[in-house]
Ligand binder design. Structure first.
Ligand code: HXC
Length: 257
C-alpha cells in the first residue's frame, strides 16, 4: 500500500507505524487518521504480527490535530464528516499498540498516545491538551482518557490551563508507562513490542480486551469479563504448551492458537 503521511514496516512479528509529516510536526489531518487506521487494521488482521509500535520524530510524536485543516470548519462539517471517526477504528484494534513518544504529544497527539496500550516516553517528551488555547476542547478522547489515566484533578488542571507536562511528571502521574533516554526510545520500544509479540496471540488479545474492560466498565462487570476470558483460554493449544513447557522446564513454543 502507498502511504503519504506515514512510514510502515514489519520487523519480525512487530508492525511499525511512523508518523511522517515533519513540516507540520506530525499534525494529525484526516489523511493521517485514515492511513494510521488502515495500517494498524492491516497489521491487526495479520496473525504474523503480535504487537504494533506507533512513533513520530525526535521533535514531535504529534503536535495535535491539524489546526489549519480544522480552522474553517463548521459544527455541521464536524458532525456530518465524523471528522475524527477513523480514530475509533484505530483504538479498536485487538493487537497491543506501544506508543513511543519523543518531543511534543499535544492535543490529538496526546490523545493518540492514550489510544495505545503502553506509552513509552523519551525524557524529552512533552504531553498536554492545549485545545483550550484555541477556543475548543479535546475532541479525540482527551477529557475521558486523561481522567482515567491521571485522575480527575490532574486532568482538570491540564485541560483547563493548557499547560504541558514533561516526561517525568507524566510518569509520576500515571500517563507514561516508562521513561527512557531519548537515544534509546526506539530500541526500547522495539524490545518491548518483540517481547509482547513472542507471547501467545490469543492470550495477548484476551489480556488487551480485559484491560480495555477495566477502563470501560464497573468492577463486577470487569471481573465477570475476566473470569470468562480466562476460562476460554483453556481451549487454546498454547495454554497446554505454556503449562507443559513450565513443567518440563523449557521455553514454550507458542503456535498462536
Ligand atoms: C497544524 C501545526 C500544528 C498543528 C505545529 N504545526 N502544530 N500545523 N496543526 N497542530 C506547524 C506549524 O504551523 C509550523 O508550520 C510547523 O508545524 C512547525 O511548528 P512551529 O510552531 O514553528 O514549531 P515550534 O516553534 O517548535 O513550536 C512547537 C509547538 C507549536 C509548541 C508544538 O507548534 C504548537 O503550539 N503547536 C500547536 C499545538 C496545539 O495547539 N495542539 C492542539 C491542536 S487541537 P509553518 O508552516 O508555520 O512552518 C487538537 C484537537 C484534537 O489537537 C481533538 C480534535 C478537536
Amino acid at each position: 500500500t502507498e502511504y503519504e503521511t506515514i512510514l510502515v514496516e514489519q520487523r519480525g512479528r512487530v508492525g511499525w507505524i511512523t508518523l511522517n509529516r515533519p513540516q507540520a510536526l506530525n499534525a494529525l489531518n484526516s489523511r493521517v487518521a485514515e492511513e494510521v487506521t488502515a495500517a494498524a487494521t492491516a497489521f491487526d488482521e495479520d496473525a504474523g504480527v503480535g504487537a504494533i509500535v506507533v512513533t513520530g520524530s525526535e521533535k514531535a510524536f504529534a503536535a495535535g490535530a491539524d489546526i489549519k485543516e480544522m480552522e474553517g470548519m463548521t459544527a455541521s462539517d464536524m458532525l456530518s464528516t465524523d471528522h475524527f471517526g477513523a480514530w475509533s477504528d484505530f483504538a479498536a484494534v485487538r493487537t497491543p499498540v506501544v506508543a513511543a513518544v519523543s518531543g511534543f504529544a499535544l492535543g490529538g497527539g496526546c490523545e493518540l498516545a492514550m489510544m495505545c496500550d503502553i506509552i513509552l516516553a523519551a525524557d524529552t517528551a512533552k504531553f498536554g491538551q492545549p485545545e483550550i488555547n484555541l477556543g475548543v476542547i479535546p475532541g479525540m478522547g482527551g477529557t475521558q482518557r486523561l481522567v482515567r489515566a491521571v485522575g480527575y484533578y490532574k486532568a482538570a488542571e491540564l485541560i483547563l490551563s493548557g499547560r504541558m507536562m514533561g516526561a517525568e511528571e507524566a510518569e509520576r502521574a500515571g500517563l507514561v508507562s516508562r521513561v527512557v533516554p531519548a537515544s534509546d526510545l526506539l530500541d526500547e520500544a522495539g524490545k518491548l513490542a518483540e517481547t509482547i509479540a513472542s507471547k501467545s496471540l490469543p492470550s495477548v488479545y484476551a489480556a488487551k480486551a480485559a484491560l480495555d474492560a477495566a477502563m470501560e466498565t464497573t468492577l463486577s462487570a470487569g471481573l465477570d469479563h475476566e473470569k470468562k476470558a480466562f476460562a476460554a483460554l483453556f481451549d487454546t493449544v498454547d495454554q497446554k504448551e505454556g503449562m507443559s513447557a513450565f513443567r518440563e522446564k523449557r521455553a514454550p513454543d507458542f503456535q498462536h492458537r
